[in-house]
Design a protein around this ligand. Structure first.
Ligand code: PEP
Ligand code: CO
Length: 388
């Protein structure tokens, strides 16, 4: 018999290079003692909310920034983000006729996977920006250095945001759903691993309610999958066009060995391959006994560059993927679980084209994302309307 794989002995992609930084050991030691940002009771509540989604009784709306900005973790901005999440949650409830579990990409969405380790800016090769958890977006060598003190700044920023989210959750009228809950990609293992906590004979991740595994780190023989397999939080995983039935079943067996409704959230992000790839995956996961919540992320398979080299997404492409997703899941006799979008909380944003934003607007002051282009709230409302 082989012993269970321990996540911290496995290879991990997309990790910062900062172990020789003088603050590295101290920072990890601090986090290891820090108060967790979520509680086991909250995780149990979210799992039961998600079990209702798996049973077709409710829907999920998961939205927020591609990369949160440390400088936007203020009370005023957080209040705005919570307000927009609630408004759009109410809208999705009206569109679907079902209560909506509201989940932000909020209070910890600070680590970004990148396809290239470096980029050239004005003739100089620099490390790429990896989210405020790791380095700064400012294109200088000093600012792009991986700095482990950012682990502490991320923890503090998340703590402030999650306190406000918790306060709001305790006061809301829950007729149209539940939440708001926090979520982020569990990417930087020095952060996530330091916030693992024991409870009731098991472990949970103290960094967020719903951690997810990104498309670039879902290898079944690597650290991210085994870390999330070891915790009691509900867990998500992105599922892109290269996913195979065998690979996805192996992943589901690791993440959801007990076939527990509400445990597993699969986030389809297929782009143009959706109709070809998704049906067999949806069918196989159910046949293997998992009651997964299937969400659609119609953003990450639809990123394009304009002639001027600006990264954008076209609203009609996003609508098309979302409606195709809904049709495919319904065709399999299952219920689509909801929608995962990169969406800003202010209408001043001009990053995706369509529904009021033209290609000529992309170069303006409204292009403020730290990473991928986000929908503005009006575009988001329009996209959600198509999900009926
Ligand atoms: C993201 O959600 O910002 C992201 C990087 O997605 P994916 O892992 O699906 O590419
Ligand atoms: Co993104």
């Amino acid at each position: 018999m082989t012993a269970a794989l321990t996540w911290d002995r496995l290879p991990a992609a997309q990790q910062p290079e900062w172990r020789d930084h003088p603050a590295y050991a101290r920072t990890r030691a601090f986090l290891a003692e820090a108060t967790p940002l979520v509680t086991p009771a909250e995780l149990a509540e979210l799992r039961s909310d998600l079990a209702r989604v798996a049973a077709g009784e409710a829907q999920v709306l998961q939205i927020g920034d591609c990369a949160e900005n440390f400088y936007e973790c203020t009370p005023a901005t957080t209040r705005t983000k919570i307000g927009v999440l609630e408004d759009l949650g109410d809208h999705l409830a009206a569109v679907t006729g079902r209560p909506v579990v509201r989940i932000g990409r909020i209070g910890g969405q600070f680590g970004k996977p990148r396809s290239e380790p470096t980029e050239v800016y004005r003739g100089v090769e620099l490390p790429t920006f990896r989210g405020h958890l790791v380095n700064s977006e400012i294109p200088t060598r000093a600012a792009r250095r991986h700095d482990p003190r950012r682990l502490l700044w991320a923890y503090d920023a998340s703590a402030q945001v999650l306190d406000m989210v918790r306060e709001h959750r305790s006061q809301r009228d829950d007729t149209l759903g539940s939440g708001p809950w926090s979520s982020h990609e569990a990417l930087v293992l020095d952060y996530e691993g330091s916030l693992l906590r024991s409870h009731d004979g098991g472990a949970y991740l103290g960094s967020t309610h719903l951690p997810w595994i990104g498309e670039r780190t879902r290898q079944t023989d690597a650290a991210h999958v085994h870390l999330l397999a070891s915790v009691t939080n509900p867990v998500g995983c992105k599922v892109g066009p290269t996913a195979t039935v065998a690979g996805l079943l192996e992943l589901c067996a690791l993440l959801d060995p007990d076939r527990s409704p509400g445990r597993l959230v699969l986030i389809s992000r297929m782009g143009s391959s959706l109709r070809e790839v998704l049906p067999a995956l949806v069918r196989a996961v159910r046949r293997a006994g998992h009651r997964a919540v299937w969400l659609c992320d119609p953003m990450h398979g639809n990123t394009v560059k304009t002639g001027g080299g600006v990264k954008t997404r076209l609203v009609p492409d996003i609508v098309a993927e979302l409606t195709a997703f809904r049709d495919v899941v319904l065709d399999q006799g299952q219920t689509p679980g909801g929608v995962h979008l990169e969406s800003a909380a202010t209408t001043a944003v001009t990053e995706c084209v369509g529904h009021g934003v033209g290609e000529e607007d992309l170069g303006s002051d409204g292009y403020t994302t730290l990473c991928d282009p986000r929908l503005d709230p009006e575009q988001t409302r329009h996209v959600l309307s198509s999900y009926a």
